[in-house]
Design a protein around this ligand. Structure first.
Ligand SMILES: Nc1ncnc2c1ncn2[C@@H]1O[C@H](COP(=O)(O)OP(=O)(O)OP(=O)(O)O)[C@@H](O)[C@H]1O
Length: 306
């Protein structure tokens, strides 16, 4: 990533606590347009990292380098607001912190974007956690930040709310650097350009979403046949294919799927087309097993039961 494409560089950031928890030696870069997701199990250090990037906490060592004059907004997972304010007042107060610089997003527009127009005049005291999350995002958007940090922005949202916020982030990614953490890995997979994986305070992987999926994937393919085989046909095919491809683990988990596990992606590159040609029926689909972020994440953090 060139310096002009980089919104911020996290350089060997360490912050530890008395109980030996915290984060250690975290280094990565985030692009100035797009979504960088930070994922990791509970206690991995995502919030500690975000509060340091946002300037709300300091590191023991290391640096966070942003573009000169860049504005940062941080939204915690369930933000808290003064209970006597209305939603609109919360967002207007936030906009007032812009210090006279015109924001790309006006308060009422931000409320509308986050699905809060109908309740903009309601007091926030009785807002649900999901509504507070929407409001936190609206209050952050009116600041027109160059770096928008969202700590688990969808943890309290229902499926419709998640789709709404996903649409907002899809649009906002064109204007700013968005850093987000989430345990909903299917959401991350749809949204993120770059994924940073943390575990027990350390960075264990950083790369584009597709690099991560490929790096963590197993060289196992499921080949779906157009016509199911008889049990006898499947047994005979398995026998014949195993004899012909002795280095590949071949089985028929169902009567219409041949599963082939290669020793490496390199071996698969040469063997998979030959195996397909040797199948007893035409195929309709070839998919890489476990090529989703949940499976990649489980493998990266060493979960023996992904
Ligand atoms: N102020 C603090 N004092 C002591 N320990 C802390 C403090 N803040 C965080 N920790 C510890 O640092 C570790 C990382 O915490 P953090 O909240 O960043 O995790 P997380 O990845 O955000 O987890 P979750 O997914 O559960 O939100 C945890 O073990 C936590 O107990």
């Amino acid at each position: 990533m060139s310096a002009s494409d980089t919104a911020l560089r996290v350089d060997r950031v360490t912050r530890t606590f008395a109980n030996d928890t915290g984060i250690r030696d975290i280094t990565f870069e985030a692009a100035n347009r797009g979504i960088t997701a930070v994922i990791g199990p509970n206690g991995a250090g995502k919030t500690v990292l975000f509060t340091i990037i946002a300037g709300l906490a300091s590191a023991d060592s290391g640096h966070v380098v942003a573009q000169p004059g860049a504005r940062t907004a941080y939204c915690p997972d369930v933000p808290e607001f003064e209970s006597w304010l209305t939603a609109r007042e919360v967002v207007e107060n936030s906009a007032a912190m812009c210090g006279g610089t015109p924001s790309r997003t006006a308060p009422r527009e931000a409320l509308a974007l986050c699905g809060l127009s109908k309740v903009e005049n309601r007091g926030v005291a009785n807002f649900s956690r999901g509504m507070l999350q929407r409001l936190g995002l609206a209050a952050a958007l009116v600041l027109d930040p160059d770096v928008l940090i969202l700590d688990e922005p969808n943890s309290a949202l229902d499926p419709i709310g998640r789709a709404d916020i996903r649409a907002v982030l899809e649009e906002q990614r064109q204007h700013r650097c968005i850093l987000l953490s989430s345990h909903l890995l299917s959401e991350v997979e749809q949204l993120a350009d770059h994924v940073v994986v943390m575990n027990e305070g350390r960075l264990i992987s950083s790369g584009t979403t597709s690099q991560l999926l490929t790096r963590a994937a197993d060289p196992t393919w499921n080949i779906r046949l157009s016509t199911p085989l008889t049990p006898e046909g499947a047994r005979m095919s398995e026998h014949m294919l195993r004899a012909r491809f002795p280095e590949t683990r071949i089985r028929f988990p169902t009567d219409a799927i041949c599963q082939a596990r290669f020793s490496s992606f390199e071996q698969a590159h040469t063997e998979l087309p030959r195996l397909i040609a040797a199948l007893p029926a035409p195929l309709i689909e070839v998919t890489l097993e476990g090529r989703d972020l949940d499976a990649a994440f489980a493998r990266l953090i060493g979960d023996p039961h992904p």
